[in-house]
Ligand binder design. Structure first.
Ligand SMILES: *[C@@H]1O[C@H](CO)[C@@H](O)[C@H](O)[C@H]1NC(C)=O
Ligand SMILES: *[C@@H]1O[C@H](CO)[C@@H](O)[C@H](O)[C@H]1NC(C)=O
Ligand SMILES: *[C@@H]1O[C@H](CO)[C@@H](O)[C@H](O)[C@H]1NC(C)=O
Ligand SMILES: CC(=O)N[C@H]1CO[C@H](CO)[C@@H](O)[C@@H]1O
Length: 233
């Protein structure tokens, strides 16, 4: 995932803004606007700088890293903030900044990751962006301990109204696939935590059985607090 933070158009060629020492903030920002104090990263005349992106309108584009718990450290929450900004080093009356917090939360069983995007015009507080939703999925083969993690973002914020445990006769090429006998699938640890921090088990869930177009019931579902068991019948 790449996150780009755009402060203004066509002013800064790179994320590196070098302030001449000894000027006050406004003169320094004017000088920066005039292009006289920007430490520019120029397109290389020869050679191949494949690590640098060039843009006339974007600054501060970075690839969001996956944070990890420092080796040897135990359970807990570990975070870092990554941001770009204007002022705040030599000029301390205001900072205009935006970025993300990356967090790794380690428990005895697993480590989860989360990302929050925010902006702050110091001395005001930092505000979270609500328009961007970032979702992380971790799939782990518990036999081998191998896992894959993917994080994507969307401007379609989730409503947070449902948590689902599903066996589906899915669609492909415009029609439902021929349904396999899946035997019995047991979803364990069926707990969902909402934005308010309250956790709900599956016991009071709505159960939806799978029914063929001719009216045959093809599934049998039982739910408890911590399990959803879906059998083919
Ligand atoms: C910026 O440019 C304007 C007009 O080109 C000039 O009047 C001004 O003095 C410049 N400011 C600085 C800080 O260089
Ligand atoms: C630059 O280097 C990258 C990988 O090192 C290569 O894929 C790319 O083709 C090179 N581009 C040019 C213009 O040489
Ligand atoms: C999980 O790992 C085991 C052992 O290597 C393998 O047999 C199995 O196919 C893996 N399961 C999945 C869903 O990849
Ligand atoms: C609004 C605008 O011009 N956006 C462009 C900024 O630059 C990037 C890449 O350099 C383009 O992809 C955007 O279209």
């Amino acid at each position: 995932m790449k996150l780009s933070v755009i402060f203004s158009t066509a002013l800064f060629a790179s994320g590196i803004l070098a302030a001449p020492k000894g000027q006050n903030g406004i003169a320094r920002r004017q000088a920066a606007r005039n292009g006289t104090s920007i430490q520019r990263v120029d397109r290389p005349k020869s050679g191949n700088d494949s690590d640098t992106d060039y843009s006339t309108n974007w600054t501060g584009v970075f690839v969001v890293p996956q944070p990890s718990v420092p080796s040897g450290d135990g359970s807990g929450t570990y975070s870092a903030a990554i941001w770009v900004g204007i002022d705040g080093d030599t000029y301390q009356n205001a900072i205009w900044q935006a970025g993300i917090d990356v967090t790794a939360t380690k428990s005895s069983r697993k480590t989860t990751y989360s990302y929050d995007a925010w902006y702050e015009w110091y001395p005001d507080y930092a505000y979270d962006f609500t328009g961007i939703t970032i979702g992380t999925v971790v799939l782990e083969n518990e036999t081998t301990g191998q896992s894959v993690t993917t994080t994507i973002s969307s401007t379609y914020a989730l409503g947070g109204q449902n948590a689902e445990w599903i066996v589906e006769d899915y669609e492909e090429n415009g029609g439902q696939v021929a349904l396999a006998d899946w035997g019995t699938v047991t979803f364990t640890n069926t707990v969902a935590t909402g934005s308010g921090g309250t956790s709900e088990g599956a016991e009071d869930s709505d159960v939806i059985e799978l029914e063929s177009s001719s009216g045959t019931i093809l599934s049998s579902v039982t739910v408890s607090d911590t399990e959803v068991i879906v059998s083919y019948v």
